[in-house]
Write a protein that binds this ligand. Structure first.
Ligand code: SIN
Length: 326
């Protein structure tokens, strides 16, 4: 904790660790790719990190490679966010996370938390052991944002840019500036601990978030929703197999399908017929565009509903939450 001479306000920020490259370690300092994610504890990540006017505390929720993210960790993470955000003395929460499924966790939290305080996810593209790691600066920026009065909602901070949870997407497998907010553009930028805001904070209506959180908290197991891709030569076999599995009474049979559709939501004719059969068999089907930018523009008539601006992975989360019985 640092206190200024003028007795400046001290904001408390809680850092929740989930793993990722930011907590990764390689054998040599020159190795930025051959490392193990989720090796360093979140307490070690904040050790010696001083952000003026901020008191820090850390909690380890998980320590995994985010490719292995699952509903159990999401459940625990959302519960800890709810707990800490309810404390009057807590200004905001930071979540350290791997970059690979960061946009999914951010969107999930956005859907279940009506966060009137900041929840800021951050990450790194280089392991903590790197010669020039990017994690410490990202973490510093995220903490500075989480401590600022007036900041709201779920955001992602990486390489000095603040992205809103609904728009953020990983777009590069190596560069330190690996994320984009697509057509919407970033919410803002963090420069030397100060925010330059470009647009309003992402928010979720309180009633909707409460209902999603209630269902997610009560669900014994989350509905199985799979993603299939429409591409040149796409066939019906995979979808037909899932339908047969369901009709045969399989445990945890599929309840929803997201089709990663081409362009403005079009689907290969053979796959589309299979998806219509799946819908007739009681499976919820949603189309989401494969394109990295833009959204499905309404107009063209289609038998299957679309997910608008949501990417396939985010459409899957939205569909899972809508299918939960609570
Ligand atoms: C992960 O997502 O946990 C590994 C990759 C990364 O954080 O960049």
């Amino acid at each position: 904790m640092t206190t200024g001479e003028k007795k400046e306000r001290t904001a408390r920020v809680v850092v929740l660790g989930t793993g990722g490259t930011i907590a990764g370690r390689a054998r040599g300092a020159g190795d930025n790719v051959g490392y193990t994610a989720g090796e360093v504890s979140v307490s070690d990540l904040i050790e010696g990190l001083e952000v003026p006017g901020v008191a820090l505390c850390a909690e380890q929720v998980a320590n995994i490679d985010s490719k292995d993210m699952d509903a159990r960790v999401w459940h625990a993470l959302a519960a800890r966010c709810v707990h800490w955000l309810a404390q009057d003395e807590v200004a905001g929460v930071v979540v350290t996370h791997g970059t690979d499924t960061l946009e999914e966790t951010a969107f999930f939290l956005h859907e279940v938390l009506a966060a009137s305080k900041p929840v800021v996810l951050t990450c790194a593209m280089r392991p903590a052991s790197a010669l020039v790691p990017d994690g410490p600066q990202n973490l510093r920026d995220a903490i500075a944002l989480a401590a600022m009065p007036g900041v709201q909602g779920v955001t992602v901070v990486c390489a000095g840019t603040v992205h809103g949870a609904p728009d953020v997407q990983k777009v590069h497998p190596y560069r330190v500036d690996a994320f984009s907010s697509g057509d919407m553009g970033p919410v803002g930028y963090i420069e030397e601990g100060r925010l330059r805001q470009a647009r309003s904070w992402p928010t979720t209506p309180a009633g909707q978030a409460r209902e999603s959180m209630r269902k997610a908290a009560l669900a014994v197991s989350w509905p199985r929703v799979e993603i299939v891709t429409s591409h040149a030569g796409a066939g019906a076999a995979l979808v037909d197999l899932l339908v047969r599995e369901r009709e045969g009474g399989a445990v945890e049979a599929v309840q929803g399908l997201v089709v990663a559709a081409t362009g403005n939501g079009s689907v290969h004719a053979t796959l589309e017929q299979a998806l219509l059969r799946a819908e007739a068999a009681g499976i919820s089907v949603v189309r989401a565009t494969r394109c990295a930018f833009g959204q499905i523009v309404p107009g063209a008539r289609h038998a299957l509903r679309d997910a608008g601006a949501l990417s396939p992975v985010k459409a899957r989360i939205a569909l899972m939450l809508s299918l939960m019985q609570g």
